[in-house]
Design a protein around this ligand. Structure first.
Ligand code: MG
Length: 386
């Protein structure tokens, strides 16, 4: 029996690579649902190749556009909006839900999939950042499994596979440093969009590439790690590792460090999540250590990149604060990409928004969505002032 997979965000970078993996293992997996939002051209190709039963786009208009493009023989069901996303994330027959939509839009479909007890391969870190506590508790209750596709968390999952939780001394998240790590503080004030999008080792979507340049990406991953592995925040450390071949490490109570090392290829963590807990052969390119020669490490500079500090703070405060951090960050990143604010204004806007928030503890899903909405409005206000 082939495993049935639904992919939310199939036309994005992770979505496309997930389909590449599935294509290589077409006798193990079949695609039952896809969502492509506005990219109907690419979604159309995916539909003709993978023949899902349901596809989701942004709105009624995009449904009509896609319908025109599809040949008449296609009996696919076309849906739209968040409701459509929830339909495919809770499809009765789906065994695995891959969530790879950018931003907070991933939260409701992920939460509903958890409530159905699904196996979820989560690439959208924003859902875990905003609502980690809620998602993890609900998953326990409903017997759902949330597996990371983020390369760092996949690395940690692999390092922890045969280990006892109480033997963990700390988690060491590696960070490439992003496009701007060696810029001086003065140079950081005049960073262009092109500079910030010029990531040294990974090709990714725009949002996560800017998050890498501010190092917020690593901050969000600290929060993600806390919830994925139930580790106190003071046991999660960040190390700058510019070559990004070590995807993360775990240090144990006997002084041993285990690391997961591989090529910069998201198909590796995607495949690991799809086949989890098994390992499967592939022909992706192999890392040649002798060609790399050396791996280097340095301490992160929290003062130059204050977004990391803000993420640790949000996690320590807890409740709805991480949702506010995430919401304000999404607004600030978009404003930077729209040339409305400078690069160095991104952390200021997040910090100002966090300062005004009164966190709610043990939040339910509507508390989190309210906090997210509030943070966006507030952050937008600060962007206009910039
Ligand atoms: Mg990552």
């Amino acid at each position: 029996m082939r495993k049935k997979v639904a992919i939310l965000g199939s036309t994005g970078s992770i979505g496309q690579q997930t389909l590449e993996v599935i294509r290589k293992y077409s006798n193990e997996f079949e695609v039952v649902g896809l969502s492509g939002w506005e990219n109907t051209a690419s979604l159309k190709e995916q539909i003709s190749l993978f023949r899902p039963k349901v596809a989701v786009v942004k709105n009624e208009y995009t449904v009509r556009k896609l319908k025109k493009d599809l040949d008449n023989s296609s009996d696919i069901k076309l849906l739209w909006g968040t409701e459509g996303l929830v339909k495919i994330s809770t499809l009765e027959e789906a065994d695995i839900i891959v969530v790879a939509i950018t931003g907070i839009a991933s939260l409701i479909p992920t939460f509903e999939a958890v409530k159905k007890g699904k196996k979820i391969a989560l690439a959208s870190k924003e859902a875990m950042v905003a609502a980690g506590e809620l998602l993890v508790n609900e998953a326990k209750l409903r017997n759902a499994k949330i597996l990371p596709i983020d390369s760092e968390h996949s690395a940690i999952l692999q390092c922890l596979k045969n280990e006892q939780k109480d033997c963990i001394e700390k988690i060491i998240l590696t960070a490439s440093g992003g496009a701007l790590y060696d810029f001086t503080e003065t140079a950081l004030k005049n960073v262009s969009i092109e500079d910030a999008l010029n990531h040294p080792t990974w090709k990714m979507g725009k949002k996560v590439t800017i998050d890498s340049a501010t190092l917020m990406n690593k901050g969000l991953e600290v929060i993600e790690a806390k919830w994925f592995f139930n580790i106190p925040v003071n046991k999660i450390e960040i190390v700058i590792h510019p070559q990004s071949y070590i995807h993360s490490m775990v240090q144990f109570i006997d002084g041993t460090i285990l690391a997961q090392i591989s090529e910069h290829d998201m198909k590796i963590p995607i495949q690991y999540a799809l086949f989890y807990p098994n390992r499967t052969i592939n022909n992706f390119s192999r890392l040649e250590l002798t060609k790399i020669g050396q791996l280097t490490f340095k301490k992160p500079n929290f003062n130059k990149f204050p977004c990391i500090k803000l993420a640790y703070q949000a996690l320590e405060i807890g409740g709805t604060m991480p949702a506010v951090l995430n919401g304000a960050n999404e607004i600030a990143v978009n404003a930077f990409l729209d040339s409305q604010i400078s690069f160095s204004a991104i952390p200021l806007i997040i910090q100002n928004t966090m300062k005004e928030h009164k966190p709610k503890y043990n939040p339910n899903i509507s508390d989190i969505l309210d906090a997210d909405y509030w943070a966006r409005e507030r952050a937008l206000g600060f962007c206009i002032l910039e």
